[in-house]
Write a protein that binds this ligand. Structure first.
Ligand SMILES: [Zn+2]
Length: 118
C-alpha cells in the first residue's frame, strides 16, 4: 500500500507534516522547504517586526540628522515648483471634481446624521 501522502519532518518544530504544509522551493532536493509553512511564517513575522523597528529607528535617526536639509529642500522644492504644484492640484481637482464633491457630500451627510443623533 502506497497511497499515503508524502510527509516530511519540519526541521524547526520536528513535526511530521504532509508536503502541502511546506512551501515549495525549486532549488531544494524534494522541491520543498525544510521548514514548515507555520514555522516559516513565525520566523518571517519576527524578522519583519525586528526589521520594521530597525528601519523606523534608522529613518528617525536619518531624519534627525537631515532635518534642516529636508526642510530647506522641501521649501526650495515648493518655491521652485510652486506654480506647477498649484496647477497640478487644480488639474487634479477638476479631473476628480465629482468624486471629491461626492466625498465631501458623503462626509457632510454622515456628519449631519451624527449631529442629529446626539
Ligand atoms: Zn514547523
Amino acid at each position: 500500500m502506497n497511497n499515503q501522502k508524502p510527509t516530511k519532518v519540519c526541521s524547526k518544530c520536528q513535526e511530521e507534516k504532509t508536503l502541502r504544509e511546506f512551501h515549495k522551493r525549486k532549488d531544494s532536493k524534494d522541491g520543498h522547504f525544510t521548514v514548515c509553512k507555520i514555522c516559516r511564517q513565525k520566523k518571517n513575522k519576527q524578522y519583519d517586526l525586528k526589521h520594521k523597528k530597525e528601519k523606523k529607528i534608522r529613518m528617525q535617526q536619518w531624519y534627525k540628522n537631515n532635518k534642516n536639509k529636508i526642510k530647506l529642500y522641501s521649501q526650495q522644492h515648493y518655491l521652485d515648483h510652486k506654480n506647477e504644484i498649484k496647477i497640478r492640484l487644480q488639474r487634479y481637482y477638476f479631473k476628480n471634481k465629482e468624486k471629491i464633491d461626492l466625498k465631501h457630500k458623503k462626509y457632510n451627510d454622515t456628519h449631519e446624521k451624527e449631529r442629529r443623533k446626539s
